[in-house]
Design a protein around this ligand. Structure first.
Ligand SMILES: [Zn+2]
Length: 213
């Protein structure tokens, strides 16, 4: 087990220990995450931690999405959705939250030059949900080399329809060297199911709240 894998399990365990579920749905998802702790796949720990962070967001009254950034064999940033709580912050999607931390930590260097962990060279961002258009554009501007998502977002996700980007962004994406990849995480399928359920827990009622504000 690499230090980053060990750290991901420990960080997620600490978050679950601190979680005070506000409802039965969150409590049930916390149990499912506890049951999947320690899966052996090389990406499982980071995928799992993304789900745990998403559950923390859901429990706070935000969209249930979490993200983790790895660089040089080390977890260097994490993020979770904070769109509505403790205050409205429209930039605070999980991936964006993680990117803010990452960019503050590596302001000058080429952040994509790290060797990465488990998924080839470069810095990798894991997110529990397929990225939206806003986060996809931020990622295209970033030095993140690889983006790995757990649950597809058929209605809101951009990664499965990159051909629909405006021409400038399509050219930018096509011209990246080395190529930037946006792919499903190679994690245990149960983690993708949990990621989708963590998001679904919050999606309907928060959407209702957004469109009426
Ligand atoms: Zn987003």
């Amino acid at each position: 087990m690499t230090p980053a894998v060990r750290e991901a399990w420990a960080r997620g365990r600490a978050l679950l220990d601190d979680l005070r579920p506000t409802g039965d749905l969150v409590a049930g998802l916390a149990e499912r995450l506890a049951d999947t702790e320690g899966l052996p796949g090389p990406e499982d720990a980071f995928a799992w931690l993304s789900c745990v962070l998403g559950l923390v967001s859901a429990n706070e009254g935000n969209y249930g999405v979490g993200a983790v950034v790895l660089r040089d064999g080390e977890i260097v940033a994490e993020g979770r959705n904070r769109l509505l709580q403790p205050r409205r912050d429209t930039s605070a999607h999980a991936e964006s939250d993680a990117l803010d931390t990452f960019e503050a930590r590596f302001p000058d260097s080429d952040p994509g030059s790290g060797s990465g962990v488990g998924v080839g060279v470069g810095t990798t961002l894991y997110t529990s949900l397929e990225c939206c258009p806003m986060c996809t554009v931020r990622l295209l501007n970033s030095g993140i080399r690889a983006v790995r998502y757990l649950a597809p977002d058929e209605d809101g996700g951009m990664l499965s329809r990159m051909a629909g980007l405006p021409p400038y962004w399509r050219r930018l994406a096509a011209g990246r060297t080395p190529r930037q990849t946006f792919e499903p995480a190679a994690c245990h399928p149960v983690l993708g199911e949990i990621a989708a359920d963590v998001f679904a827990t919050t999606e309907a009622w928060l959407n209702e709240r957004l469109v009426r504000s």
